[in-house]
Design a binder for this molecule. Sequence first.
Ligand SMILES: [Zn+2]
Length: 468
Amino acid sequence: MEKFKILFYVFSSILLIFPLIVTAQKKSVDLIISGGTVVTMDAARTVIENGAIAVKKGEIVAIGTASEISQKYTAKQTINARGKKIIPGLINTHTHVPMSLFRGIADDLDLNEWLTKFIFPAEAKNVTEDFVRVGTQLGVAEMLRGGTTTYCDMYYFEDAVADETFKAGMRGVLGETIIDFPVADNKTNAEAMNYTEKFINKWKNNSLITPALAPHAPYTVSTEHLKAIRKLSDKTNAPMVIHVSETKKELDDITKQYGSRPVEYLEKIGFLNNRTIAAHTVHINDNEIDILKKLNVGSAHCPQSNMKLASGVAPIPQMLLKDVAVGLGTDGAASNNDLSMWEEMDTAAKLHKLISNDPKTLNAEQAFEMATIRGARALHLDKIIGSLEIGKRADIVIVDTDDLNQTPLYNIYSSLVYATKADDVRTVIIDGKIVMLNRNLLTLNETLIKKNANIYRQKIIKSLESSE
Ligand SMILES: [Zn+2]
């Protein structure tokens, strides 16, 4: 009997200790997001119901079902995402973020008239470093609230754009604009190149900011200057962002001036490579699509901007057939007029169905892919972002699924592309840090941003009146 008693005590103490041993063996991480439908956008397009993600030091260290993750990991902080969608952060591949302050300044015009009569004069009179800071805060706040975690920009005073973006905790490929006429921050090409090199060296090892060179377009930057920009890009390894073949006028002018179509001309002068990001690529032919693919040039498709300025329709279905790295972009808020990637996805999918007269063209999954992993490829950042996979940076967005506009839900990609709106985004995590929690921005003051933007509205209106 005594023997049984001893055995009983030994057995019960093992039972008591066992959970402690298991807990002690659990790995400690910084953050666990648990309970939602995880849309990974990995190569197999894995979707995990009741899934979870573990994050440590800004990196995704584990991904699986909620029970698998809870058995293996403990976290300092846990976010309950039950009943929500967990998606990779959206990637806006083309913007001019400070132009948010010009939202609605002039609408319903073609690109040439819009640029020369309104945008260039308004920029000449108003763009200062402070303008750029206020506009960046406004645009970044809008993008974060809509679940965009990375954006590609080109503007002036890009060092201030980088500073504000970094302070907000957002990721960016940020290009200093180089253009062949005097602009707000630099009056000559030599000044612009000097500014850009310093800017690149300052930010090149930053965890969130990738500094870039941004020659405006083949029709506003000379061949000689484009070649010098490519040289500086080779020296610094920085990406190059450029508008290419946005309008029929550009196609005609470049063909007349250089005897080649824009993409062919840029290839001929040795400008294009696997660090180039070409915005728009609207008027391109099959040969130019092949060049983009061959040289691994990223492309930014901006359907709403192209529609609003009646610039034309990029041959996206053909580009996807040839697996070109094409992402989606909003372009600046002055030609859109918002920075919502949800609208771009929805518009892209519908526009190409209409144009091709085929509803099977550009399905919801392809549109979502362009806003995530293919967008990451367009920015040449697909090794670190664009999908929810072990080893990638933790850029994660939690989206509600129970709003009226999302009910009922049959197909996850259909719901994301055709029904979800920016307002449905709940929580945003970038590089493992929470920047928006339950719709509250943690890194930016929305009230102050709106107040400052409205002060600029008055200044801008005054500046345009005085020129008349
Ligand atoms: Zn643009």
